[in-house]
Write a protein that binds this ligand. Structure first.
Ligand code: HEC
Length: 206
């Protein structure tokens, strides 16, 4: 009896070994088929992908056709008079010139620091860090020398009643040989720089 039992166990073990072999072989074949399949289509093909949600999004692509709009396009022009966030247009008179106003954005320590950094980045190349027209563009580059901020030779107004609104106009529209800087700077930063120039570079040493 005992002998029969152990014989049966040996047989079962042998059969299990055979199954194991078959399973391992099949897994190997499956893996190599998958590996080879993922290489198909050349280097420009992404091969098969199982989960396509990232590729085929439910939303319409910007340039795709769209049955929901009359012109059949997904991308629509913004409605008339739409204003991009942060780009509130400046008030202009019927002559097209900016209406001089005062700074609508309150100043704080952060804004003063930011204004200084932006002045040094954007304006100092000509006007100099000290506002005394010592920038390289002027001293080395032979560019027309701007009026020193401590002088009284301004076009817009005398230094004493030169407002930050005047400076805002100069930065936004440019003046004479100075180009407009409206594209480089947000209105809020233009105002902050105007305050900075007025308070720290024009008044100093008055
Ligand atoms: C490319 C050189 C250049 C840069 C950059 C520049 N300016 Fe000027 N700026 C000038 C010149 C030149 C003038 C004189 C313009 C004229 O009268 O023809 C001037 C004039 C001015 C005036 C006096 C305007 C008046 O009433 O006569 C102010 C204020 C001024 N700039 C502020 C700034 C500020 C603020 C910046 C930075 C946002 C700046 N500028 C950037 C060249 C420059």
């Amino acid at each position: 009896m005992e002998q029969l039992k152990s014989l049966r166990i040996i047989l079962i073990q042998k059969r299990l070994n055979v199954y194991k072999g078959i399973i391992v072989n099949n897994i190997l074949i499956l893996v190599s088929v998958l590996v080879l399949a993922s290489c198909s289509g050349g280097r420009n093909s992404t091969g098969y992908s199982l989960i396509n949600d990232m590729v085929d999004s439910l939303a319409y692509e910007a340039f795709s056709e769209n049955p929901h709009f009359d012109d059949g396009q997904s991308m629509q022009a913004p409605p008339a008079n739409t204003i991009a966030r942060g780009w509130m247009p400046d008030k202009r008179g019927s002559d097209g010139l900016l209406v001089v106003t005062s700074n609508p954005f309150p100043m704080n320590d952060y804004k003063w620091k930011r204004a200084e950094i932006f002045y040094n980045k954007t304006c100092s190349a000509c006007h100099g860090v000290d506002g005394q027209s010592t920038g390289l563009v002027v001293t080395v580059g032979n560019f027309p020398t701007p009026p020193k901020f401590l002088s009284r030779r301004f076009k817009y107004s005398k230094r004493d009643d030169y407002t930050s609104g005047n400076i805002y106009n100069v930065i936004t529209d440019g003046i004479g040989n100075m180009p407009s800087h409206a594209q480089q700077l947000y209105p809020e930063d233009r105002w902050a720089i105007s305050e900075y120039v007025r308070e720290r570079l024009m008044i100093k040493g008055k």
